[in-house]
Design a protein around this ligand. Structure first.
Ligand SMILES: [Ca+2]
Ligand SMILES: [Ca+2]
Ligand SMILES: [Zn+2]
Length: 411
């Protein structure tokens, strides 16, 4: 099977969504962590024999150390407790002479997904670069922010896989296999080869996508879509009376969850899906399984899944976050992944938040465990006694409800 797989989209209406990219500018906090999670000035929940500092409900691991003010990293801990970690948001530090940010979302992974913003030839056509400032050979601050946001989001769409989304051509060349997407101003849609040997075969691993995907409400989903074709995926959708409809063309579709391979429509959440596909009206396409197997075959990855950030047999420390919050980034790296964290609680009402990071489709179940007993979960647990607890993070269990998350615990 080897055929041209063309996606032509209507030009997108206005650029209504560009503001959503701003939150991923260099130097920003973790998305969603605007630094204002905690109530100001603390509350009477600051019980438990501590120092009485009005700390806004900061968890201090029961050490008697007061507020973690902005800039204060780690509180010392009682013997036997896991130290809190200082968790920093990775910053882009490498740039090409043109100003192009050189990024890797998962260094060392056997399959590179190379996002090429510099333009170049593809299938007999030369495509221009990503360019919104009139200078095709340099990348200014706005373009850098766009690119960093785009690559970050592509890393989130592919967070559960053993792939490295990168803008660095050297990394692509060194990878065992790669997909290659030109992001260009010269197209409004996109195109990719769909073949039995796409990623892993250089002549077929390249495709292109219109640059508006980076800047509008699409949030780079169309780039993820074309890469999906390179990883052997057909369009997902619905068959009716012998005709195939992509997701956005099917009026009865649930608009909450939009399959990445469904086309150009917008769900409130966009992610991988399992269901009927354009190849025929019979087969069921399991997106994640197709991608995973392609990574195994083309890249030699053992499982195709991303390495587990917190091994299921170990207890991890929470992060001490900025401005007195605790924002702990994590990832459900496969459907049955479980991540465990230690919570040293000073007593009082516990508020636990576990959210998908930006475009991630993770849907979390978090249990507060005392021994083997569940004593709380997401949301509010009133008057939780001081002590050491375990937070158990796992998927709600729906298809593709995995990926990057942010965990917050506070009074
Ligand atoms: Ca994990
Ligand atoms: Ca784990
Ligand atoms: Zn397509």
């Amino acid at each position: 099977m080897r055929f041209r797989h063309l996606l032509v989209l209507m030009p997108l209406v206005a650029c209504a969504g560009t503001a959503s990219d701003v939150e991923l500018q260099p130097g920003a906090d973790l998305p969603g962590d605007a630094g204002a999670v905690l109530p100001v000035g603390g509350s009477s929940a600051d019980a438990g024999g501590r120092d009485g500092v009005a700390d806004g409900g900061v968890i201090d691991a029961g050490t008697g150390v007061g507020a973690l003010d902005a800039g204060t990293s780690v509180a010392p801990l009682d013997a036997g407790f896991l130290p809190l970690r200082t968790c920093t948001v990775p910053q882009v530090t490498r740039f090409a002479p043109s100003g192009l940010p050189l990024m890797e979302t998962n260094p060392g992974a056997p399959v590179a997904l190379y996002i090429d913003f510099a333009g170049g030839p593809h299938d007999g056509t030369v495509f221009g670069p990503y360019n919104r400032n009139g200078s095709p050979t340099t990348f200014d601050a706005q373009e850098q922010a766009d690119i960093i946001g785009s690559v970050t989001r592509l890393g989130l769409y592919y967070a559960m896989f053993d792939v490295n989304v990168t803008t660095d051509p050297v990394v692509r060349q060194a990878a065992r296999a790669y997909g290659w997407i030109l992001v260009t101003e010269d197209a409004s849609g996109g195109s990719a080869w769909l073949s039995t040997d796409a990623v892993g075969r250089p002549t077929e691993a390249q495709s292109y996508c219109g640059a508006s995907s980076v800047r509008d409400a699409d949030k780079s989903r169309r780039i993820a879509h074309e890469l999906g074709h390179n990883l052997m995926l057909e369009h997902s959708g619905v068959w009716d009376q012998g005709a195939f409809y992509k997701w956005e063309d099917w009026p009865a579709w649930d608009m909450v969850y939009g399959p990445i391979m469904g086309g150009g429509g917008y769900g409130q959440r966009n992610g991988w899906a399992v269901g009927h596909n354009e190849a025929d009206a019979v087969s069921i396409q399991d997106d994640m399984e197709v991608i995973r197997q392609r990574i195994r075959v083309a890249g030699g990855s053992a499982t195709g899944w991303h390495a587990d950030d917190f091994p299921d047999t170990q207890l991890a420390a929470l992060c001490s976050g900025p401005n007195g919050t605790f924002v702990t980034p994590g990832s459900l790296d496969r459907p049955d992944d479980v991540d465990f964290f230690q919570l040293d609680w000073s007593g009082g009402d516990l508020v636990l938040e576990g959210t998908a990071r930006d475009v991630s489709t993770a849907m979390l179940v978090v249990d507060v465990l005392q021994g083997t007993t569940v004593v709380g979960g997401l949301g509010s647990t009133p008057q939780l006694a001081a002590g050491t607890y375990v937070l158990r993070v796992r998927s709600r269990g729906g298809y593709a409800e995995i990926g990057a998350y942010d965990l917050r615990a506070r009074h």
